[in-house]
Design a protein around this ligand. Structure first.
Ligand SMILES: [Fe+2]
Length: 294
């Protein structure tokens, strides 16, 4: 068992918001002992073909926070997502909260700053975020103590957030029948991903695990919650004692066959800026497409 100062008898209230356009699950995680909560991995809606951004998904989360009389302490990104846009600044404007991400965001900003040929006005020091979590950082949601764990592999800056008896794994793991996320984006590493998954699976067996994505493999209904015990026993990529070598070989072969996520181009540009849409020299919101750049 991992040595940390968390009280796993605390059972946060978890409310899930599923976005069918990107198969993302966003969460409101509430302290049972106070009105404090956090949002994890919010979504901003985009019609990419039309270049149109809207906020139905974020508005539903804001409405829930207001209706339940909650206080939003944190707006957490488990990583720089490549498949959906974060609504963090829009949510922060309306209901507050500190926007946090893993400290190695700087590497991600460096990598994609080059790919998108961003000028010097694009800071690569993580300063767009209010909090840069280091591995092992302990922070609070109301009275709950929370732990940030660095779980790289899918991206260099991925974090898993352990909150009471719940862990929000981002794209470290999928549901047992979904396996794991790809590790072939710039800065990704299948071996690191395996090690990070083992770290998550070293949490107590009954830890509730909440996924960032689910694609309903083999036609089953969308699900987002499982447990450490379930993943250890049944995960199709790492369960049943699969070795690091087996995982790396499988993951590398699989990744080579995957196309790019539909929204990777807008997602990276927005998410590496903590959810702000980039602006052109006249101050208008504008996205770029680097030709043959990814
Ligand atoms: Fe991701």
């Amino acid at each position: 068992m991992m040595d940390h100062a968390l009280d796993q008898s605390v059972r946060p209230e978890v409310s899930a918001h599923f976005d069918p356009a990107t198969n993302t699950i966003s969460y409101i995680v509430k302290d049972p002992a106070s009105p404090s909560c956090a949002i994890i991995d919010s979504v901003m809606d985009i019609d990419y073909a039309a270049g149109r951004i809207t906020y139905e998904h974020a508005d539903a989360m804001i409405a829930e926070i207001r209706q339940r009389g909650l206080m939003l302490d944190w707006i957490i990104e488990t990583h720089v997502h490549a498949d959906h846009l974060s609504a963090a600044p829009y949510i922060q404007d309306q209901v507050g909260g500190m926007i946090g991400i893993g400290a190695r965001i700087m590497e991600v900003q460096n990598t994609f700053g080059k790919i998108f040929n961003e000028g010097t006005e694009f800071q690569r020091d993580g300063s767009q975020f209010d909090m840069l979590f280091e591995d092992g950082d302990v922070y609070r949601i109301g009275q709950m103590r929370c732990l940030a764990l660095h779980t790289p592999g899918h991206t260099p800056a991925c974090m898993t957030h352990v909150i009471g008896d719940a862990a929000f794994v981002g794209d470290t793991l999928f549901m047992p029948d979904g396996g794991s996320a790809r590790a072939d984006f710039p800065g990704g590493d299948a071996g690191q991903l395996y090690d990070s998954i083992q770290r998550v699976l070293s949490l107590p067996d009954d830890t509730r695990l909440f996924m960032c994505h689910d694609y309903g493999p083999n036609g089953r209904d969308i699900r987002w919650e499982t447990s450490v015990a379930e993943e250890k026993a049944h995960n199709i990529h790492v369960g049943g004692g699969k070795t690091r070598e087996e995982f790396v070989r499988f993951r590398t072969e699989r990744d080579a066959q995957l196309g790019m996520p539909r929204l990777i181009i807008p997602s990276l540009q927005v998410n590496m800026r903590a959810g702000e849409v980039p602006r052109d020299k006249d101050g208008r919101p504008m996205l770029k497409v680097p030709v043959n750049g990814l």
